[in-house]
Design a protein around this ligand. Sequence first.
Ligand code: 5AD
Ligand code: SF4
Length: 423
Amino acid sequence: MNVYDGQRIAAMLTARGMTQTDNVADADIIILNTCAVRAKATDKVFSALGRIRNEKKPDALFGIVGCVAREAGSDAFRRIPELNFVLGPQSYHKLPEILENPDTKLLNIDLGGLEKFDELPQMGKSPAVAYIPIQEGCNHCCTYCIVPYTRGRELSRPFNDVLKDTAHAADTGAIEICFLGQNVNGYKYTAPDGKTYRLSDLIREAAKLDQVKRIRFTSSYPTEMTDDLIDMFRTEPKLLPFLNMPIQSGSQNVLTRMNRPYSLNLYIDIVDKLKAARPDIQISSDFIVGFPGETDEDFEQTMEIAKRIRYINSYSFKYSPRPHTAAAIMPDQIPEKVKAERLAKLDAYLNELQRDFNESCIGKKFMCLYEGPDKTGKHLVYRTPYMQQCITDAPSDTSFAPEMAQIEITAANKASLRGKILS
Ligand code: 5AD
Ligand code: SF4
C-alpha cells in the first residue's frame, strides 16, 4: 500500500515539473511516507526526521505523510518543529497546498475516504507490477491493530474506477496486477443499479486484458475467502497459485482475544478448499508472537499450525502495543525477552519451511516475471509464481531479458532460487 501511495505522490510532483533525487541535500521537498503498524516503524520515522533536518537545505520543504502522520498528528510539529506538513494516508493529495503556501504549516489527518483517488494524476508509465488499491481502511477490529484508526473504516472503490486503473496500468506497461486492500477479499461494491461486485469479478475482468499475464491480491482475511473467490483459483490460470492469508496465531484463545473470531478448523477447511481448487497453491502468513496473555502452550499451538499448513513464506513479528488499540491496555503484557525467544523459535522454523519449499522447486519449470538486473549486472532477477526471487545468468546479449520467461530451477537456498532461462 505504501509503495502505491509513494508512486502516486511521485506522479503528482512529477506532473508539477519536479524530478527525483537520492540526495537529501539537493532536495527542495522531502517527504517521508510512513508506516505505524509497529512502534519500531514509528520510532524509525522520528529518528530519520531528526537526521534529515540537519542534512537538508534550510529552505527545503519537509514533512511526513501516511499512518505516522495520522498517529502523531500535531504532536509531530512539537517533536520536530522544522516540519512543514503532516498529512494522513487519506489526505496526501492535499500536498500541493504546501507548495502554494510554503510559509505555513499544513496539518490534515482527516479520513477523507476515497477522495484521493479522484484527485491524483495517473502515473504516466506503469511498472511491470502494478499495485491497484481496491479499498481503503478496514472493518475488522483486531485488538492489536492501529490500521482501523489510521486508515479508517473500510470503503471499497467503485468497480469501474478499479477497472479503469487496471486497464490504464496494462496499457502503460503492467504485466502483473496486484489488487491491494487491508481486507482485500472483503471487497464489495454495490453500483447505483444495485449490482454488487466482489474481488472475483475484478479478477475475471482483469484477466481479459491480453497484456496482463499474472494476477494476485493481498492481504486476505480468512473468513472472507468466499467460494466464488476460491473458485477463481480453479478457473483462472492468470491468478497466481500463491496466497497471503494471515492466521496471526495458532491458539484459539489468543485469536479470540485478538478479536479474530474464526475457528482454527475453519481456517484449515479454507486451505483444504483452496488446495482442492488449485492443487499447486501455496500459502503464506503473518504471525504475531507474545500477544498479551500468550502462554507457552498458546505459542506451541502457533508452531503446530505452521507445521500443519507448511507456509512457504511468512512474516512474523513480536507483538507491539500501539496507541488507539484495545490490546495495548490488556493485562498480562509479555516481557520483551519472552517475545524475542518465541520469535527466534518461530522464525527458525518458518525459515526451514521456506528452504524446504525452495528446494522442492529444483528441477521444476516456472513462467517467471522479469524484475531487473542484480547489483553486479551479471545476473537477471525474475519472480516465480510463488514470488520467490530467481536469479539467472545474464545472456551475452544483455538486451535479451524477456519480461516473461520459462525458467528451469537449478538450485535453491532459503532466500532465493537459481535458474536457467529455457525460452
Ligand atoms: N504488533 C505486531 N505486529 C502487528 N501487526 C499488526 N499490528 C501489529 C502489532 N501491534 C502485523 C500483523 C499484520 C501485519 C501487517 O503486521 O501480523 O498482518
Ligand atoms: Fe488490522 Fe488486518 Fe485486522 Fe484489519 S484485518 S484490523 S488491517 S490486522
